[in-house]
Design a protein around this ligand. Structure first.
Ligand code: NAD
Length: 488
């Protein structure tokens, strides 16, 4: 398949064919240097409908295959991800701006997600019980039909894999809408799925923005919608999809608190907190955003300031996604400063030599933040950490509990008892103990609490099996005695 052709102008992928949709288009930029790398058609209702019709047509044949037959495609596909690792990594870097090693880690995670999907025949085992003599109840997991998946910009390769392998292996057919800011990785995903032998129409790709999302939420033939993005849009999508009687799980934004106790290991904690806040330029829903230092953790803060000097934009610190993001992040820093916070490390006004058009923000550490400041409450989505000082653990947990979000929280301490208090009392779906980015690995499930997720269940792992299937309950009266005369 000629990758250059399909990527120079991003096309929809419907019923196994790449096609132009002839509608308005927008430019796709590389945040590394601000250059235009592609154009993207802005699809409409009719494009979504066309994709849904293709997915509907493919459903009877795909869903009637056995689970073991369906996973064969994903064995091949997982290996194609590995074989094309370098190219896929470079594509993520080009369109998203993260570093090569961060982009590679993302593709590796996609492989891991496929490995979970191909293990479904070992996991999805139907239930059966003889409930009275000769009478059996059984529960079988059946697919839903046509489902949809909507993705954000920050993990162009991995987030689509949160849904594609599990949903398809379980027998559904799909319409996918990637972020219009990073559409290229999903085009390659479609190409590789075809190369792996996925039948036409099982996976369809519709590019565009808000209009596509709304058409997905409204389409009567889509049974379930999975969404990942900001809380503002997650709320809109959850309300619209469920009011149209669809199943929906919508993952939103985050404001992750890391509670640091004075007995925490200095070197490990400082480097973990920095890696969490600056990895992927802070554009992770699992990024550390607030560090609550309990009692006196000055030695750890000093070390963070020292180590932040090693984070170099354009080298081991990637770009943020757009010029607007850069301006927004710098605006937050300026506002905190104006409100009396102390900027210990300032990442504003960074330019990278030779990449002057790129969107870079340096690592930023803001101290003496108070809970009423925007930097303490709102998602910044940049390499910025706000430090709030708390007198004791109770106050630190109260600060964490005060957030509207609840994706992740972490504690750094050498005391098991204190760590357990945070594990029990933090109001977040994913907790780290001495780990700054506590992403559950497969088969454990990924998903937050509060305004970081709407809907029941999580998006990956075992919990997703429930989301992508429905139970069929059958009650059977056998005839164990081979009785022939039912009148006596
Ligand atoms: P976003 O909400 O702007 O966009 C997500 C998707 O929604 C995109 O496909 C976009 O085209 C679409 N969209 C945007 N505005 C819309 C509207 N008004 N109506 C309908 N659809 C709309 O998110 P983003 O900026 O691409 O991604 C960053 C956000 O995603 C952050 O808030 C981050 O925390 C969050 N995120 C959360 C998780 C998680 O697991 N909770 C994971 C990754 C990213």
């Amino acid at each position: 398949m000629n990758t250059n052709d399909t990527l120079s102008e991003v096309k929809n992928y419907i019923d196994g064919q790449f096609e132009r949709n002839g509608q308005n288009s927008m430019n796709v930029f590389s945040p590394l240097d601000g250059s235009i790398i592609s154009t993207l058609p802005l699809s409409t209702n009719s494009d979504v409908d066309k994709a849904v019709q293709a997915a509907k047509k493919a459903y009877p044949s795909w869903s009637s295959k056995t689970l073991k037959e369906r996973v064969q495609v994903f064995f091949k596909y997982r290996n194609l991800l590995e074989q094309n690792m370098d190219e896929l990594t470079k594509l993520v870097r080009l369109e998203n701006g993260k570093t090569y090693s961060e982009a590679k880690a993302e593709v590796e995670k996609s492989m891991e997600l496929c490995e979970f999907a191909v293990s479904m025949p070992q996991i999805v085992v139907n239930e059966v019980q003889e409930v009275s003599k000769g009478v059996e109840c059984r529960i079988e997991r059946k697919p839903l039909g046509v489902v949809a998946s909507i993705a954000p910009f920050n993990f162009p390769n991995m987030v689509p894999h949160w849904t594609i392998p599990n949903a398809l292996v379980l027998g559904n057919t799909m319409v996918m809408k990637p972020s219009e800011l990073v559409p290229l990785s999903t085009v390659r995903i479609a190409e590789l799925l075809k190369e792996a032998g996925l039948p036409d129409g099982v996976f369809n790709l519709v590019n565009g923005g808000k209009e596509v999302v709304e058409a997905i939420c409204d389409h009567p033939d889509i049974q379930a919608v999975s969404f990942v993005g900001s809380t503002k849009v997650a709320k809109l999508v959850y309300k619209r999809a469920t009011s149209n009687l669809k199943r929906c799980v919508a993952l939103g934004g985050a404001k992750n608190h890391l509670i640091v106790l004075p007995d925490a290991h200095e070197e490990m904690t400082a480097s973990n907190v920095l890696a969490s806040m600056a990895g992927c330029a802070g554009q992770r829903c699992m990024a550390a955003s607030v560090m609550v230092g309990v009692d006196n953790v000055q030695h750890i803060i000093d070390r963070m300031v020292e180590e932040a000097k090693a984070l170099v934009p354009g080298d081991n610190l990637g770009s943020v996604i757009t010029a607007e993001s850069k301006a927004r992040i710098e605006g937050y820093i300026a506002e905190a400063e104006a409100n009396g916070a102390k900027i210990l490390v300032d990442g504003r006004n960074v330019t990278v030599l030779g990449k002057e058009g790129g969107y870079y923000v340096g690592p930023t550490i803001i101290d003496y933040v108070t809970t009423d400041m925007s930097v303490a409450r709102e998602e910044i989505f940049g390499p910025v950490i706000s430090i709030i000082r708390a007198k004791d653990l109770d106050e630190a947990i109260e600060i964490e509990n005060g957030s509207n979000y609840g994706n992740a929280a972490a504690v750094f301490t050498q005391s098991g008892g204190l760590a357990k208090q945070v594990m029990d009392r933090a109001s977040a779906g994913m907790i780290g103990v001495n780990i700054g980015v506590p992403v559950p690995r497969e088969p454990f499930s990924f998903g937050g609490w509060n305004e970081s997720k709407f809907g029941v269940g999580d998006i990956t792992g075992r919990s997703s099996i429930e989301f992508w299937t429905q139970n069929k309950k059958t009650t059977i009266k056998w005839n164990p005695e081979a009785k022939t005369n039912w009148m006596s």
